[in-house]
Design a protein around this ligand. Structure first.
Ligand code: F6R
Length: 605
């Protein structure tokens, strides 16, 4: 993962590097560092922990200079420590890196044989040493090319040179990298979000590109070493802001925001006057689709699983879902009559991008459901469906999950209409129900006071089980994932019918079990499974809809979400689970927006 930044300016750069690194912290936050060129020397400062810690160091001993690079790390090679933090500098160069150098062990051994000594356990330091070595024999451009030729794996790099003290070199293979154009200054960054406060003019590097930037120009080379011109894009301005406002943290803001983000998304896709969905120019004629494959990772994968149910209910198309890290290595039978959909909030997830790339190499049609419309996944797919959720900063995904499900649901409805598989009246009713969703989310959010009480009752438990059937099963998985990542508690999501095949052995007196039982066609079956866990001593939290007639004195708590279309109920039962994970983590005093060991954008395999 990791985030990198570089600034070449006609004024001091360290404070802007620090501000940009704060924006990149979603990519990694176990250590941070900066290097500037000051008085003709490389001045490197780094520390473990957050950018705030680095800022304090710089406050005491300023990093001077008009040229600098910075880094936030998510450890891959070597523990989070000051020595392993980036930049990695020699006398001659300083390097920040996002990605993984897969042949670093062999490169390191060879360099050690020639007398070089390594300070860190990172894969990145081989780049520093290789470059230092090649600079002794070749000019700058050749030394860079020779170094990059040696590397196997993925990288986005920012490099400073002691002897070429007015330039920063950027290079990309596999990991994203953008440059930004300013007035008497130019920028390099892992994403446009980090650069947005300084410029809205951006160019994305393609795989194999190298750039050399100074404060007044940027030169690009392609993978064959040819000088190239690249298109400058103007970034769109976000309607939703990326600050916390009056909220304690981003996650509580983002959970709350779902009533607005869904409204924005619905407005983009649904024409209430025409009672239709605005989706045209499909990359493949919906009537001719044989199969849809929906692919994502983590929470985004759970959205894929929920969507599978809707596509199956609304269309006759065969639907397959896959985790991107599995899909990319399977022996897939690709077909031009299939549509491959990639779901990703960041649009930069390495596994999802690799799975998309595999589809592109097999010349099949692709579509991406993304939040970041300027991301690598969005730019590489044939058709983009933005979720319009606005910036999501909390590492645990909430409003993006709801947005991903919403767009996939809208897509399923539209494809069903084009294929004449949904009766007109039903289509119109479903469209008017979608319009009510933001309001129903708002009503559901009111369960927060009850969730706080429930959280107090269960937060000291060792583990949790979440059960659901049909489209509630992916929500059970999502509830368990949210709790795991935020509260570091063991939590499992299961299809309720699977309990008797083994997991029932886990049930013991007082174990919290969250039952997702909206009144759909699975309802009675799930309630029977609930009775089975109650009979074995579980402490049950039932999540169902209003007007539920289940009365069981053995249910410890119940939450009732408003009644609506069954398919939309899936969205509503997600909200109490987000709040439960949030309040349990809060009672445990954990860092809600930045859980340990994680990062928002997973740009390594
Ligand atoms: C969990 C979470 C992750 C992401 C996953 C994919 O709360 O956020 O599981 O969903 O890393 O990320 P994107 O959607 O950016 O591809």
């Amino acid at each position: 993962m990791c985030g990198i930044i570089g600034i070449a300016s006609n004024k001091q750069v360290s404070s802007n590097i620090i501000e940009s690194l704060k924006k990149l912290e979603y990519r990694g936050y176990d250590s941070a560092g900066i290097a500037t060129i000051s008085n003709g020397e490389i001045d490197e400062k780094k520390c473990t922990g957050r950018v705030a810690a680095l800022e304090k160091i710089i406050f005491k001993t300023p990093s001077l200079g008009n040229l600098g690079i910075g880094h936030v790390r998510w450890a891959t090679h070597g523990a989070p420590s000051k020595i392993n933090a980036h930049p990695h500098s020699s006398e001659e160069v300083s390097v920040v890196h996002n990605g993984i150098i897969e042949n670093s062990t062999i490169l390191k051994k060879n360099l050690e044989k020639t007398g070089y000594k390594f300070k860190s356990q990172t894969d990145t330091e081989v780049i520093t040493i290789l470059l230092t070595d090649f600079l002794k024999k070749f000019d700058l451009v050749l030394a860079i090319n020779k170094t990059l030729e040696k590397l196997i794996g993925s990288f986005a790099l920012g490099i400073l040179f002691k002897k070429h003290n007015n330039i920063i070199v950027g290079a990309r293979r596999g990991s994203p990298l953008a440059v930004g154009y300013g007035h008497n200054e130019n920028f390099l960054g892992s994403d446009s979000y980090a650069l947005k406060s300084m410029t809205n003019k951006i160019t994305y590097l393609d795989d194999g590109d190298v750039c050399i930037l100074s404060n007044d120009k940027i030169i690009f080379y392609n993978k064959n070493g040819m000088k190239i011109n690249k298109r400058i894009q103007t970034l769109s301005s976000d309607k939703q802001t990326a600050d916390k406002g009056d909220f304690k943290d981003f996650m509580s803001k983002e959970i709350n925001e779902q009533k607005f983000s869904t409204k924005v998304c619905i407005k983009e896709y649904v024409n209430h006057l025409k009672k239709d969905i605005n989706l045209y120019n499909f990359p493949i004629e919906p009537k001719n689709i044989d199969k849809i494959v929906i692919i994502g990772c983590g929470t985004a994968y759970h959205a894929c699983l929920a969507a599978k149910h809707w596509f199956e209910e609304l269309t006759s198309i065969e639907i397959e879902t896959d985790v991107a890290s599995e899909f990319r290595y399977r022996k897939i039978k690709f077909s031009k009559k299939n549509l491959y959909i990639f779901v990703s909030q960041s649009g930069e997830t390495a596994d999802t991008f690799a799975a998309l790339d595999l589809c592109k190499k097999n010349e099949v049609k692709t579509c991406s459901v993304v939040n970041a419309v300027e991301s690598s996944i969005a730019r590489s797919s044939d058709f983009i469906l933005p979720i319009h959720a606005g910036p999501e900063i909390g590492v645990a995904s909430t409003k993006a999950f709801i947005g991903q499900m919403l767009v996939l649901y809208i897509l399923a409805l539209k494809i069903s209409k084009i294929r004449n598989e949904i009766p007109k009246a039903e289509y119109i009713t479903k469209i008017s129900n979608i319009k009510k969703l933001p309001d129903l989310i708002n009503k559901t959010l009111k369960c927060e006071s009850k969730i706080k009480i429930i959280a107090k009752d269960v937060y000291l438990s060792k583990g949790f089980i979440f059960l659901g059937r049909g489209p509630s099963f992916p929500i059970a998985l999502e509830g368990a994932l949210k709790l795991k990542e935020l509260s570091y508690l063991h939590a499992e999501g299961y299809p309720a019918g699977e309990m008797k095949h083994g997991p029932l052995a886990l049930i013991e007196e007082g174990l919290p079990v969250v039952i997702l039982a909206p009144q759909d066609r699975y309802y009675e079956k799930t309630i029977s499974n609930m009775q089975e866990v109650i009979a074995r001593g579980a402490k049950v939290l039932l999540i169902t809809n209003e007007e539920n007639n289940i009365i069981s004195e053995n249910i410890r708590f119940s939450i009732e979400v408003p009644k609506t279309d069954n398919q939309l109920t899936t969205f509503l039962i997600t909200i109490p689970l987000q709040l439960l994970a949030y309040h349990i983590a809060s009672l445990k005093n954990l860092d809600i927006d930045k859980p340990r060991n994680l990062a928002k954008s997973v740009t390594v395999e």
